[in-house]
Design a binder for this molecule. Structure first.
Ligand code: 13P
Length: 286
């Protein structure tokens, strides 16, 4: 069923857990993410777009994600990730997306506020919630580039408070040392900065770039206001590893379905494992 509203986000924030936001590119990744949410019986966000639209086509991917979420027994939000385009945001809201991320992080502060404010207004008109970003995250959304975090681009707690107050967003994505994609060296988050942002803003925080993040860093973030965690590269790697392992038996008979199924099942298993990672051990399964 479709997970409407930001209550689930607030609930996990209060419990010190996080909602996973899993990036989906195609039918198989949507099926894998949906199956993981069903197996875990936990709310999950399918992040269908914006950059995956380049592969699947916007209307096709929107329909696949909304259909899968709407027909599942699990609670699934359908979320637009990293959009800079108000027309794209409106199209997703009109189609029934339950949340959108407007990404004005590349813009000067005042322009980021203006873009984010307008996206938040449109989201509210459609009963959806909105995430925005302040500070810049290194790396690429679709390919691991081994990027490193830059202190200069990190989120400033005081600016974050002003940004949230001026825009009326429901969740704030932060740059605190997190990086999109896998990195050569382990990522260390600036947890002090994260705690200061958490103290300064009244909304749940979002951690992008969680693939490969050491679990103690992740749990440190959950203890400091992070209530949504985005994962992409780990699912991509799981999909590709499964495809590689299946190819030798699939190639002789051109059995492409067995390759797609292996990719789908690997996404399911990895997503399920990540959902478990987002519940700190000390809290059991509460
Ligand atoms: P990773 O690819 O590092 O998991 O980041 C995903 C992400 O933040 C999507 O917005």
């Amino acid at each position: 069923m479709l997970l409407h509203g930001s209550d689930a986000l607030k609930k996990v924030a209060a419990a010190g857990h996080a909602l996973p936001g899993f990036v989906a590119y195609n039918l198989e990744t949507i099926q894998g993410i949906t199956a993981a949410a069903e197996a875990a019986d936990r709310p999950v966000l399918i992040q269908a777009g914006s950059s995956p639209f380049k592969h699947a086509g916007r209307d096709a991917l929107m329909r696949l994600a909304l259909d899968a979420a709407g027909h599942s027994v699990a609670q699934l939000g359908v979320h637009l990730d990293h959009s800079r385009d108000l027309d794209e945001i409106t199209a997703c809201l009109e189609a029934g997306y339950t949340s959108v991320m407007v990404d004005g992080s590349h813009l000067p502060f005042a322009e980021n506020i203006a873009l984010t404010k307008e996206a938040a207004r449109r989201a509210r008109d459609h009963g959806a919630w909105v995430e925005a970003e302040l500070g810049a995250l290194p790396g690429d959304e679709d390919v691991s580039t081994d990027a490193v975090a830059q202190t200069a681009a990190m989120t400033d707690p005081r600016q974050a408070a002003e940004f949230v107050a001026a825009t009326g967003i429901d969740a704030l994505a932060v740059a605190v040392g997190n990086v999109h994609g896998f990195t050569k060296d382990p990522v260390h988050l600036d947890l002090e900065r994260l705690a200061a942002i958490h103290e300064a803003v009244p909304v749940p925080l979002v951690l992008h770039g969680a693939s490969g993040l050491p679990v103690e860093e992740l749990h440190g973030a959950l203890a400091r206001g992070v209530a949504k965690v985005n994962v992409n590269a780990e699912l991509r790697r799981a999909y590709l590893d499964a495809v590689r392992a299946t190819l030798p038996s699939a190639l002789p008979g051109s059995d492409v379905v067995s390759v797609w199924a292996a990719g789908r099942n690997a996404v399911r298993d990895t997503a399920l494992e990540i959902i478990g990672r987002l519940i700190p051990h000390s809290q059991g399964n509460a």
